[in-house]
Design a protein around this ligand. Structure first.
Ligand code: GRF
Length: 219
């Protein structure tokens, strides 16, 4: 069966891009990356794409007079590459309404919190400051309002009393690298539909365990 063609916009480190590259390298994985776009020429993720022989493109947002013009250039490049699904991976630009509607239900994002809690930036510190006992990560379809849209997969990560933003981010990142390829796989297998802004997954199996933090102490 033909593989789902992915474009991955990045702005930096690209560890989630790497997780997608690694997943796509597995023979049975139903997707392939056809283009990596960065708005920054020095993004580390570009080296990861080069090492995997994936075409890259730098589109510097500063060279465009409007967000719409920059987004239109991205759409042009991604269409030319035959993109069927956009996987935002640490892409640090807000997207125009036009771009979001053009790629409606064909664009996903990964965010390092359990949405709808803790949208925006510095979310690990925000979760710690709020005293939450769990945070985690979310893969969701993209809507024009930042960090909203139908949720496809989430991973819950416990917060320890001695966590700081870095230790928590590190533990969440491990889960990001698991759930991002998993969400792509579900979509590529045609198992995800959106009904009334909820993602419904064919053959969805919930874990049987429930996590409690702190763990109940036996008597
Ligand atoms: C990740 O934490 C992701 O959830 C967020 O931006 C960060 C990107 O990291 N959207 P990387 O570039 O994938 O390493």
């Amino acid at each position: 069966m033909a593989k789902l063609k992915l474009a991955v916009p990045i702005s930096g480190r690209g560890s989630n891009l790497q997780a997608l590259i690694d997943a796509c390298a597995l023979p049975d994985f139903p997707a392939e990356i056809v283009l990596v776009i960065s708005n920054k020429a020095d993004a580390q993720g570009l080296e990861r794409a080069n090492a995997a022989n994936i075409p890259t493109l730098v589109i510097d947002h500063k060279a465009y007079t409007s967000r719409t013009a920059f987004d239109a250039e991205m759409t042009k490049a991604m269409k030319f590459a035959g993109t069927e699904l956009i996987c935002l991976a640490g892409f640090m630009r807000l997207l125009s309404d036009e771009f979001c509607s053009h790629w409606h239900n064909r664009m996903i994002n990964i965010h390092p919190s359990l949405l709808p809690s803790f949208k925006g930036l510095d979310v690990q510190q925000a979760a710690i400051d709020a005293g939450a006992r769990f945070s985690g990560c979310t893969v969701h379809y993209v809507r024009p309002e930042m960090d909203t849209g139908p949720i496809i997969v989430q991973a819950a990560v416990p917060i320890n009393d001695d966590d700081n933003a870095d230790t928590l981010a590190e533990r969440i990142l491990v889960q990001e690298h698991i759930i991002y390829p998993e969400a792509v796989r579900l979509i590529a297998e045609g198992r995800v539909t959106v009904e009334a802004e909820r993602a419904i997954i064919e053959g969805h199996t919930s874990p049987e365990t429930t996590m409690i933090n702190p763990m109940p102490e036996s008597e």
